[in-house]
Design a protein around this ligand. Sequence first.
Ligand code: 2P0
Length: 347
Amino acid sequence: MKPVTGTSQVTCTAPVNIAVIKYWGKRDERLVLPINPSLSVTLSQDQLCARTTVAASLDFKKDRIWLNGQEQSIDAPRLQKCLGEIRRLARKRKHEEERMGDLLGCCVHICSENNFPTAAGLASSAAGYACLVQSLAKLFHIDGDVSHIARQGSGSACRSMYGGFVEWTMGKMEDGSDSIAKQIAPADHWPELRVLVVVVNAGKKAVGSTEGMQTTVKTSALIKYRAEHVVPSRQEEMRQAVLERDFQTFGEITMKDSNQFHATCLDTYPPIFYLNETSKHIIHLVHRYNQHHGKIRAAYTFDAGPNAVLYLLQEDLPEVLALFHHFFPATTNNSERQFVRGLPDVQ
Ligand code: 2P0
């Protein structure tokens, strides 16, 4: 791939990931280093995902980016960070081999699209930055883990670099080089697990995650307790539950961790409310449903928005779907839709 006269181009897709142990709070804003480890499930490639094409050419006069068809500023600091880090790694590689050609002298054009609502608390930045970094790494022939670069685009993006069940380690190094994503099990490890995404509101969230977690870290006493005394053991228990396909433990920790994350939002000053009345109805419905069966059959989790994600097993999907259709009939309104998604193949 030598773009001396022509254009080199790469297209990748990266799916959304839904955390069951939530990331909320940074210890280093510049390097995007978290105050606690987190664990998530990456959806499959054909579901909620970002699709990015990157092209390099000596004919391009400057780096440019389009998001969902609209040109955006290329100067956004996190975008610059990712581009800079990829080019730095590529320069290192250039000494080792020649296939880099004139790529390093080229400007890049980036085109990215999401097939789901952007900025509605559905991890759009995670899929977006994971996809961007993956495409750039491919374009510049960089092999190996680049999740530490995706992390600097958006923390949760590092987890979308891998399929299946993924953890993001806190790391100890000052430069953040060991704060990376690792796959703990591929998606086909637990083929019966299903993910149901209930879009309560597809609008843009009121408080962005970056700003929200900054205020939480500054003002909440609960977030410190959570990071130091709750998440470390929870992360271990969750990893074990995934490895053993223990849905009871998986579901209970998932719901407790979502609730504690939203409790830290309420403990933020001024408080942040991501859940709305519909979200609370969903929480009550899931608990009533589980109580009725005397065991956990569905587990909810909510990110920085009112939309619910339910984890459940395939055998219970028809009943849970019927329950949701009964209590929350799908509207035809464009901004309020329900998606049903499974968890198929490995990335
Ligand atoms: C998570 N969230 O673990 C949690 C749960 C939202 C709630 O990761 O500032 O968009 O770009 O690192 O990655 C959202 O945080 O924030 C997030 P930045 P990001 O999925």
